[in-house]
Design a protein around this ligand. Structure first.
Ligand code: ATP
Ligand code: LTN
Length: 338
């Protein structure tokens, strides 16, 4: 990162909320790509704790989960020499830019966001301004670093579109200021569905048996996948509309093994769902077990975690300062020194 002798590489930003146990959906939709893309981009991976408090969190739990998520990022094999791994709240410019971008975002745009509508319905007793403004903070996360690429799951597509609209709008008014980012959304696995209701997205805030957690014990993973809702016709072929349960499991298997839906169908059709589900479990366990082993080691090493988070936040902050001084100048805020 910041190596001036080399050709300037493109920048990648992504964030994950420390709002619960990470699921297989988070992993296949986003986290797995963090590692895959690490060599092609200068990457910033942020634990977006300020986003997480748009929903009420227990402070002790939240603090614990933040460190757990940081350990998990490192357990994925991300290299903190190459990539910055840090807490959003440690780089104050995220909020500063969010405020300015608020003044370039319309109420109507935010009212249309489906995540806001979903979360408002889910937390009807706490529809706070932060929840409404959540997408603007996300836009600030991305635009602050002039990110070119943003790996996310399908559910974040709308937020990413808004980010692009805000950047384009700002650039039109003030001249070229922000890089307009592209999303990296996997074709297979961009939307992993609930194991109990495969018409809904797998979500970490739903009941335990609806998702596989990245840190679930292998026995638990197998049990949950064996109990996944399917249908009764005992045939393995891809048809998300009529066979959402089987198609979801096929998507998981395909994302992890790289096998096409046709190949999976040819291999497992007619063998019974038990055999097929076990094959999915084998692939998931093979993928997650090594991560789980590394995770335990890293979580115990507080000195290492502390060093990575501080150093990354300092470097991120230096990058953020460059964008902020440009933005201040463009908008017409007074210079700090005359
Ligand atoms: P919550 O359920 O608490 O709202 P979340 O899991 O939707 O949280 P994040 O933790 O911020 O939200 O998501 C991290 C990444 O995982 C995002 O890029 C998101 O798009 C992706 N993701 C979340 N759920 C899925 C899913 N079911 N399938 C694929 N990708 C997903
Ligand atoms: N909104 C995302 C998390 C998130 C994010 C970001 C993702 C916050 N800031 C910036 C990519 C880039 C979510 O709910 N999954």
């Amino acid at each position: 990162m910041e190596n001036n002798n080399e050709v300037k590489r493109k920048i990648l930003f992504s964030g994950v909320q420390p709002s619960g146990n990470l699921t297989l959906g988070n992993y296949i939709g986003a986290l797995r790509n963090f590692k895959l893309l690490e060599d092609q981009y200068d990457c910033l991976y942020s634990i977006v704790d300020l986003h997480a408090i748009t929903v009420r969190q227990d402070p002790t739990e939240l603090r614990k989960r933040c460190l757990q998520l940081m350990s998990l990022f490192l357990a994925l094999g991300l290299d903190p020499e190459k990539s910055l791994i840090y807490f959003q709240s440690h780089v104050s410019q995220h909020c500063e830019l969010a405020w300015i971008l608020n003044c370039f975002t319309y109420m109507g745009e935010l009212q249309r966001m489906t995540q806001f509508k979903d979360k408002a319905a889910k937390h009807a007793d706490n529809i706070n301004a932060g929840l409404f403004d959540y997408p603007v903070l996300m836009a600030a996360d991305i635009l602050l670093y002039q990110a070119d690429m943003v790996p996310v799951g399908q559910d974040q597509k709308q937020h990413l579109e808004l980010t692009r609209d805000i950047a384009i709008r700002f650039n039109k008014i003030y001249g070229d200021t922000f890089t307009v980012p592209e999303g990296y959304i996997p074709k297979v696995g961009g939307r992993v569905m609930s194991l109990q209701d495969p018409t809904r997205k797998m979500s970490k805030s739903d009941p335990e048996d609806t998702f596989v957690a990245v840190l679930d014990d292998p026995n638990v993973i197998r049990k949950k996948l064996r109990r996944a809702v399917t249908d009764s016709d005992n045939s393995v072929f891809y048809d998300p509309e009529n066979k959402p349960g089987v198609s979801n499991l096929m998507g998981i298997l395909s994302a992890l093994t790289g096998d096409s839906m046709e190949a999976i169908s040819a291999q497992y059709d007619g063998k019974g769902y038990g055999v097929f589900k076990d094959a999915v479990a084998d692939a998931v366990i093979a993928e997650l077990e090594p991560i789980q082993q590394r995770y335990q080691k890293i979580l115990g090493d507080k000195a290492y975690l502390g060093e990575v988070m501080t150093r990354s936040a300092e470097r991120a902050s230096r990058m953020a300062m460059r964008t902020m001084s440009k933005v201040h100048r463009k908008v017409g805020l007074a210079a700090y020194k005359l």
